[in-house]
Design a protein around this ligand. Structure first.
Ligand code: NAD
Ligand code: UDP
Length: 340
């Protein structure tokens, strides 16, 4: 059984991917420093899969701690989710973001080279396309100018990994550019569990639907879109998790050192449509008001999904209603999130 080291595997996307890997016959080892997730996730994963995964509380920037993991296990591939991801926070504490996101990836890449682990999947983001609105974004679309340090860490790490692969052609690296991951596992046992007041649309709507927050502010209704609100390519986190399994499988077949894929649905959903879909899922109105545009937001962002379909065989299975239903189930079953 091939063993995958999942860094950041206790987090939102990582935990869902651990389930998909396990369901597809992979053995999983998780490394996470718990900076943005709770240990209770491991109990939930055990409930869902019937397995207790090997877990290391380790900071990926800590070379000694990470070396121990590579020494103690026979690792076949790595999926690197570990990183800080809050856009607004990254503007306030940029050095922490550059330090954590870049050093963690470089540390893991160095150890992969030292231990001859050749397959890597890296969590990139549609944010690397910058402020362009030339949609749909294809993998060949030019990389843009990012609007915040978080985005730049993804942009820079794509370059770091391309250079790493060029110098080490035995490497097989897959850069996955996620669009907007939302939703939760069908069990309602794991889902997105942000600390404090959420910044992203779905966690915010969920809290308004659940009564923890009073009212959603829709950022701008004067965009050049059909209903005036921004369009995003929301993708169910379970689909996204499946995309990682397909990427790992693909790395066994490809001769390319670096492969880049968008992971989205190819469909834009407006903020108004997302609110309406959530209202349908939870069965009551979501209080919302219209406010000014949020700085840095683009009007439209959605993926071309052709390449992922052609080469990975990846196609999203879930629609916006499924995303809202699963999100609401998670919110209803865990109104306060998970305990530490
Ligand atoms: P998350 O915060 O839920 O998960 C990240 C996990 O990594 C957390 O459990 C955190 O404790 C851990 N972590 C952070 N720094 C670490 C370090 N130095 N060492 C060890 N563990 C560390 O975030 P997520 O939404 O699951 O995102 C996973 C990855 O996908 C991130 O790299 C993120 O930037 C990227 N991504 C996320 C989105 C999104 O909208 N959620 C979109 C595009 C890309
Ligand atoms: N949004 C909103 N109100 C909120 C949070 C987000 O209207 O409280 C909008 C935001 O302007 C964007 C969309 O919802 O058009 C998705 O935002 P999110 O932060 O979830 O993802 P982004 O695409 O910005 O990374």
């Amino acid at each position: 059984m091939a063993t995958v080291l999942v860094t950041g595997g206790n987090g939102y996307i990582g935990s869902h991917t651990v389930i998909s890997l396990s369901e597809n016959g992979y053995d999983v080892i998780i490394a996470d420093n718990l900076i943005n997730s709770k240990m209770e996730v491991q109990n939930r994963l055990e409930k869902i899969t019937g397995k207790r995964f090997k877990f290391y509380k380790a900071d990926c920037c800590d070379e000694a701690a990470m070396r121990r993991i590579f020494e103690e296990n026979s690792i076949d591939s790595v999926i690197h989710f570990a990183g800080l991801k809050a856009v607004g926070e990254s503007v306030k504490i940029p050095l922490d973001y550059y330090q954590n996101n870049i050093v963690s990836m470089i540390t893991v890449a160095r150890l992969m080279k030292e231990f001859d682990v050749r397959k890597l999947v890296f969590s990139s983001s549609a944010t690397v396309y910058g402020m362009s609105e030339d949609v749909p974004f294809t993998e060949e679309s030019p990389l843009g100018v990012c609007t915040n340090p978080y985005g730049w860490t993804k942009w820079m790490l794509e370059q770091v990994l391309k250079d790493f692969a060029k110098a080490n052609p035995e490497m097989k690296i897959c850069l996955l550019r996620y669009f907007n991951p939302v939703g939760a596992h069908e069990s309602g046992l794991i889902g997105e569990d942000p600390r404090g007041i959420p910044n992203n649309l779905f966690p915010y709507i969920s809290k308004v639907a659940g009564g923890t927050l009073d009212c959603l502010t829709v950022f701008g209704d004067d965009y050049d879109t059909p209903d005036g609100t921004c369009l995003r390519d929301y993708i169910h986190v379970v689909d996204l998790a499946d995309g990682h399994v397909k990427a790992i499988d693909y790395l066994d077949k490809t001769d390319d050192c670096v492969s880049v894929f968008n992971i989205g649905t190819g469909k834009g959903t407006s903020v108004k449509e997302a609110v309406a879909a959530f209202e349908k899922a939870c069965g009551h109105e979501i209080k919302h008001v219209f406010g000014p545009r949020r700085p840095g937001d683009i009007a439209v962002c959605y993926a071309s999904t052709d390449k992922a379909y052609r080469l990975l065989g990846f196609k999203a299975r879930y629609n916006i209603d499924d995303m809202c239903t699963s999100c609401w189930k998670w919110q209803s079953m865990n109104p306060e999130g998970l305990s530490d």
